[in-house]
Ligand binder design. Structure first.
Ligand SMILES: Cc1cc2nc3c(=O)[nH]c(=O)nc-3n(C[C@H](O)[C@H](O)[C@H](O)COP(=O)(O)O)c2cc1C
Length: 457
C-alpha cells in the first residue's frame, strides 16, 4: 500500500487529522505536528506548493493496519520479512516519474530564499519547490527528514537507508551519513562520487525496511517487498531503481566535498552536534503530478518507532538462539533505541543472563535491557517495574559490562572523533530466581466482577 493508500486508510479509520488552514513550513508546521504527535496529520495548504503529511508511522497500530495484521503480529511479520526478502518486480513506468525536472536550477547556492529565515518561497526550480520544514529557531537550514536514500555498493549491491538532509541550495544538501554503515562504506569506495536516489513520500513497508540493518548484501527493498508488493522503476539519470509509488525522487551524487551539518535535534530529544559531512548534488527531481511531501519530526514518535521497532526482531532472533524468547519491546522512554525489555520462558538457571548477553548482540546500540518471565506484559511499564521490584536482587541479578561499543546518539557515552563510541551496558535479570516456588512470585488478582451492576440504585 502506497503512502496515498495509507492516507486513505487512515481517513476511513478516522485517525487522520486534516488541516485546511494555510501553514508555513518555516517553524509553524513542525509546531502544529508536534502538538498532534501520535496522529497522521495531512496539511492541505502549505505555503509553497505541495501538501505535507507528517506522522504516518507514529503509532504501532498504523503499521499493523497498513500491513493487514494485528498489533501483536507485527514483530513476527517484520522478522519473517527480514529472514525471507523477495526480489521486487521491475516495472516500465511509475507514478513517481509523472513529472520529470531535469537540470535543476544551477543558480549559485546557498539559495537566498532558503537562508533568509522567512520560510520557503516558491522559485519554481529544484528543492525550492518543496515544502521542506525548518523545525526549530536554532536550525541552521531547512531539513529533509523522511528521505530514504538508495545507493549501489559494487560489492554488496543495493543499500537503502534514512539520511537527514540539510538543504543548502536549490540543488545541494549536506547528508548525515553515519560512519561504517552501508551508505558510508559505498561512498568511500566511489572515487568520483556515489550515485544516489532519495525517495520522499514512501509506503510504511519501505520506511520500515530503510530503518533495518540486515546483513551486508541483503536488499532492504526485498524486505519491503516481502511485507507488501513494492514494484521498482528505473531512475532517469542514475543507474538505480526506486519504489515506483514514491511521491518524489531526488536523483544525484554524493560528492566528496564536505560541509558543516547540524546542529540538529536527534532521536534522544537532545541536539546532535555539528560535523563535516558529504554534500549531495541533486541533478534531477521526478515526482507525481499532485505529489504529497512527507516529513518526519525528529525526536518524536514516528522517528522513535522507525528506529526502535525494526530492532525488536533482531533482538528476538538473538535471544532465541540461547533460550525461548516470547516478546521484545524497545521502550519509548529509552529513546526507542537504548532500552529494551524482553520476556523469556526460563528453563535453565542461567537463561536470564544468557538472554541479556544475546540482547546486546541483537542490537549493538542497546545500553540497558530488562529480562522478565513470560507472565509479564512488556507493553505495561508498571508491570515491568513490578517484576523488577519483586523478582530482582541487584547483587545477584545485575549484569554490568564496562567499556563497550555504544550508540553515537547517547550524550553520556564517550565520543572520540573518528572512533566508535564507548559506553557501559547494564542488564537486569528480573526473572524468578531458579528453584524458587513460582506461587510466591505470581501476582494475586481479585476475581473479576461487573462493577456496573453495583453502581446506581
Ligand atoms: C527516521 C530515521 C532517521 C535516520 N537518520 C539517519 C541519518 O541521518 N544518518 C544515518 O546515517 N542514519 C540514519 N538513520 C539510520 C539508518 O537508516 C540506519 O542506520 C540504517 O538502517 C543502516 O542501515 P545500513 O547499515 O544497511 O546502511 C535513521 C533512521 C531512521 C529510522
Amino acid at each position: 500500500m502506497s503512502l496515498r493508500g495509507f492516507i486513505e486508510q487512515a481517513r476511513r479509520a478516522r485517525v487522520l487529522v486534516e488541516i485546511h488552514r494555510e501553514v508555513s513550513p518555516h517553524l509553524e508546521l513542525a509546531r502544529v505536528a508536534a502538538a498532534l504527535d501520535g496522529r497522521p496529520v495531512l496539511f492541505h495548504r502549505v505555503t509553497g506548493k505541495f501538501p505535507v503529511i507528517v506522522g504516518a508511522g507514529s503509532a504501532r497500530e498504523y503499521y499493523a493496519r497498513a500491513l493487514g495484521v494485528s498489533a501483536d503480529r507485527l514483530l513476527p511479520t517484520l522478522a519473517n520479512a527480514l529472514e525471507h526478502p523477495r526480489p521486487p518486480e521491475i516495472v516500465e513506468s511509475g507514478v513517481c516519474q509523472e513529472i520529470v525536472e531535469h537540470g535543476v536550477d544551477p543558480s549559485p547556492s546557498p539559495s537566498p530564499s532558503l537562508r533568509s529565515g522567512s520560510g520557503l518561497r516558491l522559485l519554481g526550480a529544484g528543492l525550492d519547490c518543496l515544502p521542506i520544514l525548518t523545525h526549530l529557531p536554532t536550525d541552521p537550514a531547512p531539513y529533509i527528514t523522511a528521505g530514504v536514500a538508495i545507493i549501489h555498493d559494487p560489492d554488496y549491491g543495493r543499500n537503502v537507508s534514512f539520511h537527514r538532509l540539510m538543504v543548502t541550495g536549490p540543488r545541494t544538501v549536506v547528508a548525515r551519513i553515519v560512519e561504517g554503515r552501508g551508505t558510508d562504506t559505498a561512498w568511500r569506495k566511489a572515487q568520483d562520487g556515489l550515485p544516489v536516489a532519495i525517495c520522499v513520500g514512501n509506503s510504511l513497508p519501505v520506511l520500515l525496511a530503510a530503518s533495518m540493518s540486515p546483513p551486508k548484501g541483503v536488499d532492504e527493498l526485498g524486505i519491503a517487498n516481502a511485507m507488501q508488493p513494492t514494484p521498482l522503476v528505473q531512475c532517469k539519470t542514475v543507474d538505480l531503481q526506486v519504489p515506483a509509488e514514491s511521491e518524489f525522487v531526488l536523483e544525484g551524487h554524493i560528492t566528496h566535498q564536505l560541509a558543516d551539518e547540524g546542529p540538529f535535534l536527534d532521536l534522544t530529544e537532545t541536539m546532535d552536534f555539528v560535523r563535516q559531512q558529504p554534500v549531495i548534488e541533486i541533478d534531477c527531481i521526478t515526482r507525481r503530478q499532485a505529489a504529497i511531501y512527507q516529513a518526519l519530526l525528529p525526536g518524536k514518535l514516528e522517528h522513535k518507532l522507525l528506529m526502535g521497532m525494526p530492532k525488536e526482531p533482531t533482538i528476538f532472533a538473538a535471544i532465541n538462539e540461547v533460550c525461548e524468547c516470547r516478546d521484545v519491546l524497545i521502550t519509548p522512554g529509552g529513546t526507542s533505541w537504548l532500552h529494551a525489555v524482553a520476556s523469556i520462558v526460563k528453563r535453565r538457571p542461567e537463561d536470564g543472563r544468557r538472554a541479556i548477553e544475546a540482547a546486546f548482540k541483537g542490537h549493538g546500540s542497546l545500553k540497558h535491557v530488562v529480562v522478565v518471565d513470560d507472565d509479564i506484559n512488556l507493553h505495561d511499564p508498571a508491570e515491568v517495574e513490578w517484576a523488577i521490584a519483586t523478582r530482582f536482587q541487584a547483587d545477584r541479578d545485575l549484569v554490568v559490562f564496562s567499556d563497550q561499543p555504544g550508540s553515537s546518539l547517547d550524550p553520556s557515552a564517550t565520543h572520540v572523533p573518528g572512533q566508535k563510541t564507548r559506553t557501559a551496558k547494564m542488564g537486569l535479570d528480573a526473572t524468578i530466581s531458579w528453584g524458587a516456588s513460582h506461587k510466591e512470585y505470581e501476582k494475586v488478582r481479585y476475581e473479576q466482577v461487573d462493577a456496573n451492576q453495583y453502581l446506581g440504585n
